[in-house]
Design a protein around this ligand. Structure first.
Ligand code: NAI
Ligand code: MG
Length: 481
């Protein structure tokens, strides 16, 4: 396929090999076959990339360019992504294993929208004038944070790049982006588009490579002012520690174990749809997946039987087939991890309602899986499985529910299904999570903030909130005497 070409490192608007000359293989998880290989960046390449980003930040066209012109470039990126959306959707599906139906209808449109949103926002970022005591004129400037290191995961490779680059570029930062080692291809394709859109040299540098080498080098580099990380809570903690050596600013978007709560008074069929969308979207490789399905006791059996019927009709298989509803897990490691959790769940007393095994002989496909008889103390209810495995947990009443829903180290999102509007709003306040979906699930918009409570991280991406991550405020005093 023409789109799968050998990948290189992007530094200072030039494509180059790694200093070490090393390359690593990129696998198609649906076939287990090699797609291509990509230059493997490490500390030496990160150092060159950071140098280019620093130079672009301190001098040159990016610094002197008006905010409106920065916005125009972002809008051109959106237009070019739109122009090539079919090709890029296919590339994402080949590399990640997610169904083409989703890359076409979610990953691509949301990525385009993110660049459009920040293209429009670039010239609306400003400070305040403040009525201070005395004969002074006081105002604030919102200045870019500087050189930003961005480390992204493999579950939404292009979209995570868009969430990171959009606000960073709108505010005038320069960037070194490290895509996940499993899925570097669409980030590199985006690099080509950034060049075509006219982004000045050094503003975005893209270094594919592994976490402990390229990733850690980025986090510890003294010339990087801020780190934005999305990935596991475990690595998030390491990133925060490493970043403390130079007191870099850090924002973290980490794991989740979201409660998706169904009350007896909900529209049950809509809630069944919502439960499916909550856990099977993107093969469950979603940080905000509705992995703990809380069912009010008196509808528990009816709900699970409806869910089982629907789940067993799901089309799992070739991600490039437009009919496919669930594709392959991203890697053998994730595939094994998910099946390991199912075994652990069984050992601890959970029962498999459906699924729980590989869906095909070749490729990392896992059947959509429902576990019942789960209680909130079991490993499958406490740890992020990051796969198509939903744990059904019955609840008796409001207090029993709220206690369990919040009894997790995570706090990224939650779903609430009820026709009682008062109850929905009360619960929306009581659940400790960054996003609450009422009678819906996994809804996203570039304008609406996203981020975690507790060990799901801190900082809010998207919307105007993301500007906080990439700007710093300066207070200027002018004597009027
Ligand atoms: P990970 O957290 O190791 O990888 C995410 C990114 O961090 C990748 O770009 C990786 O190269 C980088 N990284 C890894 N170690 C690093 C280090 N020491 N310094 C700097 N960067 C580093 O995630 P992994 O191992 O791929 O997946 C493990 C689990 O993490 C998954 O099963 C899932 O539970 C969770 N996860 C959560 C995500 C989310 O969106 N919240 C995304 C990906 C994984
Ligand atoms: Mg890891």
């Amino acid at each position: 396929m023409q789109v799968v070409k050998p990948g290189k490192i992007l530094i200072n608007n030039e494509w180059c090999e790694s200093q070490s000359g090393k390359r690593f293989d990129v696998i198609n998880p649906a076939t287990e076959l090699k797609l291509t290989d990509v230059a493997e960046g490490d500390a030496a390449d990160i150092a060159r990339a950071v140098k280019a980003a620093r130079q672009a930040f301190e001098s040159g066209p990016w610094k002197t360019m008006s905010a409106r012109e920065r916005g125009r470039i972002l809008n051109r990126v959106a237009l070019l992504l739109d122009k090539h959306k079919e090709e890029i959707a296919e590339l994402e599906t080949l590399n990640n294993g997610k169904p083409i139906h989703e890359t076409r209808n979610a990953d691509l449109p949301l990525s385009i929208e993110t660049f459009e949103y920040y293209g429009g926002l670039a010239d609306k970022i400003h400070g305040d004038t403040i009525p201070v005591n005395g004969n002074f004129f006081n105002y604030t400037l919102r200045e870019p944070a500087g050189v930003v290191g961005q480390i992204i995961p493999w579950n939404f490779p292009l979209l995570m790049a868009a969430w990171k680059l959009g606000p960073a570029l709108a505010t005038g930062c320069t960037v070194v982006l490290k895509p996940a080692e499993q899925t570097p291809l669409t980030a590199l394709r985006l690099g080509e588009i950034l060049l075509e859109a006219g982004l000045p040299a050094g503003v975005v540098n893209i270094v594919p490579g592994f976490g402990p080498t390229a990733g850690a080098a980025l986090v510890t580099h003294p010339e990087v002012d801020k780190i934005a990380f999305t990935g596991s809570t475990e690595v998030g903690k390491t990133v925060m520690q490493l970043a403390s050596s130079h007191l870099k600013r850090v924002s973290l978007e980490l794991g989740g174990k979201a409660p998706n709560i169904v009350f007896a008074d909900s529209d049950i069929d809509a809630a069944v749809n919502g439960a499916m969308r909550g856990i099977f979207f993107n093969q469950g490789e979603v940080c905000c997946a509705g992995s703990r399905l809380f069912l009010e006791e008196r509808i528990h059996d009816e709900f699970l039987s409806k869910l089982k019927t629907r789940v067993e009709k799901m089309v799992v298989g070739n991600p490039l087939d437009p009919q496919t509803q669930m594709g392959a897990q991203v890697s053998e490691e994730q595939f094994r991890k998910i099946l390991g959790y199912v075994e652990k769940g069984k050992k601890e007393g959970a029962k498999v309602v459906t699924g729980g095994s590989p869906a095909q002989a070749t490729g990392y496909f896992v059947k959509p899986t429902i576990l019942e008889g789960v209680n909130n103390e079991m490993t499958v209810a406490r740890e992020e499985i990051f796969g198509p495995v939903v744990c059904a947990i019955p609840f008796k009443n409001h207090d029993h529910l709220v206690h369990q829903a919040n009894d997790t180290v995570y706090g990224l999102s939650a779903g609430i299904w009820t026709r009682d509007i008062g109850k929905a709003h009360r619960l929306a306040k009581e659940i400790k999570a960054g996003t609450i979906w009422v009678n819906c699930y996994n809804c996203f918009d570039a304008a609406s903030p996203f981020g975690g409570f507790k060990q799901s991280g801190f900082g809010r991406e998207l919307g105007k909130y993301a500007l906080e991550l990439y700007t710093q405020v300066k207070s200027v005093w002018v004597s009027l005497d």
